[in-house]
Unconditional design. Structure first.
Length: 166
């Protein structure tokens, strides 16, 4: 099987616009492996092509490739407070899961906007794979914004709340 520069570009374009998360292709003298995590489809499509940090022509022209070639989408860095809100600190999700403001339906939320929180205080729950993970405050602060609705799926690094540290 021969794979030239144009074929490789078309293949990467097709994969970047699809929901394929892993792809492998082996020829007589090459092996191509593409892996990615899909968080935001538009971001993944853009990052997949722009983050390709290898020389595609070299891969195509090499007679023997012993190493696997991987294209991995780097996770988006945690979001930052918008300009003019520089005195605020973001509390971000440490994992992918479902955000809950209270311990159970019908119970009072752990925190509300305007509440003061202390180190170690539970501020929300993230459910991941049927496990309830209590997220605790890492500092003393006042809740300024809660950016996620109850029961909403969240991503790793997504801003959940903004606080003003005491």
């Amino acid at each position: 099987m021969k794979l030239d520069h144009e074929d490789l570009n078309r293949l990467i374009d097709k994969i970047s616009t699809s929901d394929i998360q892993e792809f492998s292709l082996e020829g007589e003298d090459f092996k191509l492996e593409i892996k990615r995590n899909i968080f935001d489809q538009n971001q993944v499509s853009n990052n997949l092509v722009s983050n390709a940090s290898f020389d595609r022509q070299t891969i195509v022209n090499q007679k023997s490739i012993n190493d696997n070639v991987s294209i991995v989408n780097e996770p988006e860095p945690p979001q930052v407070a918008p300009p003019g809100r520089s005195g605020l600190t973001d509390i971000t999700s440490p994992m992918v899961g479902t955000f809950y403001r209270a311990a159970a339906p019908g119970e009072d939320p752990f925190v509300e906007v305007g509440n003061n929180i202390t180190v170690g205080q539970t501020i929300c729950i993230l459910e991941a794979m049927k496990l309830m993970n209590e997220i605790e405050s890492e500092f003393n602060a006042e809740i300024v914004e809660i950016l996620v609705d109850n029961g909403t799926p969240v991503e790793f690094g997504q801003v959940l709340m903004r606080v003003k540290q005491a």
